[in-house]
Ligand binder design. Sequence first.
Ligand code: ZN
Length: 76
Amino acid sequence: MPLKTLKYTLSLVKPEFATSQKGKRLIKMGAYTFRLQGVTHDRARWCCSTHNSKGCNAAVHTINDQLVHIKNVHNH
Ligand SMILES: [Zn+2]
């Protein structure tokens, strides 16, 4: 399977929870990193790390560190 296809095949992308050098929580999925944007009730929203610099709208939502929503489409 070409790498480009792999990127968008969600079932093959395993999210990894990590901590940045500044102590912020991150999710790494393949080549992309998501930053915690906010938490509403139990639902945490994570946006692509280039959301601010490139306007990428990819995002994931988690509840208790379980992925409940993934929009893993990037503009970069
Ligand atoms: Zn992105």
